[in-house]
Design a protein around this ligand. Structure first.
Ligand code: PLP
Length: 397
């Protein structure tokens, strides 16, 4: 039976006044198939989720196998669950030392909540620092460190003792002092408009945090798992945070997030009092089985290297397009996390609507409605890449 559009509007809480409302029949690889017989090339990966493509057969097989064994059996951290342990071990093997212990969550927001709570508990300090233009999620804690006032204002009062600094301004880092429990930042701002910091910014941030004893949290919810042309974006700068958070593509399409830190730091969560941060469903065995399969695909298919190469190809083509059209101001990004900045929000919206008619899904970033986000699955084929680029070029013809 088809899902009626009016029922969708009546019974599903809307998050925007004009939802796309495509009715999905199935999804596979880089495409979504709708009930009206159309096919859409997904150039945003369900917003950074489908790094290995939609419904990858190995992910689906892994989650079915796990579902037949057991689903949920006990709140997080009490029983030994093989899918969690295998995934944590594999993830840690890919992360730089000393990021060696994992706490699984259901989402990116919860991963950031956990990391922020842990930083306050471990350090005994109260002050948190975040950056203008950041996005860290929508619970009250994560929202408190999200760097755009219009998204905080309606929900105030939020967390006290949060300060915002300009992103990518080394001079501003002096404001981080010994009252600071933690600084949270994305390595590359996603919702802020695909903003890549200068090469010296994150090393300078690390040095400042070391100097004042503040913990550094990298939010790699959007940048992780091959998206930027490395397994994790931190590899571009060789900077190791105290805590790193993940979600989105981590679960291969299933809900899963995590925060990871050194054992001595993570140990704060099990004492004074014990059970001070728990979750019922975080690290669901089925999600972990799917995530392990997705991670193996990432490694076996060399998806980070593929993202690096295809990202260069796309940026080059779009820069040629920008030379011919004044409305395109800049093409930026790393790997397959690409931003195309246009000269007006009107033009951005028109482009997104135009290409949708041609079967291509694009979108803009939350804090920057002049920046088109291009984040296709990392394993899209040459033909699919060509199809997407052709569609964008056609919209400018
Ligand atoms: N952090 C970043 C950088 C994100 O881009 C997002 C979501 O877009 C989040 C956190 C929140 O993640 P979730 O929607 O899984 O709670």
């Amino acid at each position: 039976m088809k899902a009626n559009r009016q029922d969708f509007l009546n019974f599903i809480c809307q998050t925007s006044p004009s939802p796309i409302g495509l009715e999905i029949e199935r999804a596979a690889g880089s495409y979504l198939y709708t009930t009206d017989g159309k096919r859409y090339l997904d150039f945003i990966s369900g917003i950074g989720v489908a790094n290995v493509g939609h419904s990858h057969p190995k992910v689906v097989a892994a989650l079915c196998t796990q579902a037949k064994q057991y689903l949920h059996v006990m709140v997080y951290g009490e029983y030994r669950l093989k899918p969690q342990i295998a995934l944590a071990k594999k993830l840690v093997s890919l992360l730089p030392s000393p990021l060696n212990q994992v706490y699984f969550t259901n989402s990116g927001t919860e991963a950031n909540e956990g990391a922020l709570k842990l930083a306050k508990k471990y350090s005994g300090r109260k002050h948190l620092i975040a950056f203008d233009g950041s996005f860290h999620g929508d619970t009250q804690g994560a929202c408190s460190v999200t760097g755009r006032e219009i998204y905080r204002k309606p929900f105030e009062p939020l967390l006290p003792n949060v300060s915002f600094l300009p992103f990518n301004k080394i001079e501003a880092l002096d404001a981080i002092d010994d009252s600071v429990a933690a600084v949270i930042t994305e390595a590359i701002q996603g919702e802020g408009g695909i903003r890549v910091p200068d090469d010296d910014f994150l090393p300078a941030l690390r040095a400042r945090c070391n100097a004042v004893g503040a913990l550094l949290i990298f939010d790699e919810v959007q940048t992780g798992f091959g998206r930027t042309g490395r397994h994790f974006a931190l590899e571009h700068w060789g900077v190791v945070p105290d805590l790193i958070t993940f979600a989105k593509s981590m679960g291969g399409g299933m809900p899963l997030g995590a925060f990871v830190g050194r054992r001595e730091l993570m140990a704060s969560l099990s004492t004074d009092p014990p059970l001070s941060h728990v979750t019922t469903f975080g690290g669901h065995p089925v999600s972990c089985a799917a995530a392990l399969a997705a991670l193996e695909i990432l490694l076996d298919e060399g998806l980070a290297a593929q993202a690096e190469k295809k990202g260069q190809q796309i940026r080059e083509r779009l820069r040629h397009l920008a030379q011919r059209h004044k409305g395109i101001l800049e093409i930026r990004g790393k790997g397959l996390m690409i931003g195309m900045e246009l000269d007006s929000a009107k033009r951005t919206q028109a482009l997104v609507e135009d290409v949708l008619k041609d079967g291509l899904i694009l979108g803009w970033t939350l804090h920057s409605d002049r920046v088109i986000r291009i984040m296709p699955p990392l394993n899209l084929s040459e033909e699919e890449l060509e199809e997407g680029l052709h569609c964008i070029e056609k919209a400018w013809a």
